[in-house]
Design a protein around this ligand. Sequence first.
Ligand SMILES: [Zn+2]
Length: 179
Amino acid sequence: MGTGADDTAAQRLRLLQQEFVQPVRTGPGDGRSSRPTHAPAPINISVVDRIRAAVYEVEHHTRTIAPDAGHFTDEESRVYDWARQHTDHLATEQQNALEALIYRQDLEHAIVAGDTTVVRRHPCPQCGCWGLYWRAEARRAVCVNHYCTDDDGISNAWELKRLAQEHVTQKSAVARRAT
Ligand SMILES: [Zn+2]
């Protein structure tokens, strides 16, 4: 089985659904008439698309490495459990690649929901300092260390994919040492 401690991707996906996607039911007998002051929020199409794309990516990745997995037909936030169940017999590298994908989506879901502070929980892959911040237009986490730059003197910036890979590699090494 996968790593329980990081299993927030499913929770975050559910949160996105609740916050941005859940169609507001109206009419009698919906049980929500006691909260009339809230105007119904419009369904956020871009978040719907985003969730759909995320689920498809996990499903596609899973079927690529575990062709017997078949099609994923369950509720969207269960796709991570589904993927882990169908890949838990595979080699560690393949499981880690899946975990990195899931963890990257976890970060993405958080950022879509407005929490960009998740990148601060990661050390800079280059200099190891704790001071990454999210630059939305570049879609990258930028290092605050003034000496941590590329050849052109531009601050090093990391895709979420890279942070996720580092995170999973680190965790995997810790787990190996513990056994
Ligand atoms: Zn750095």
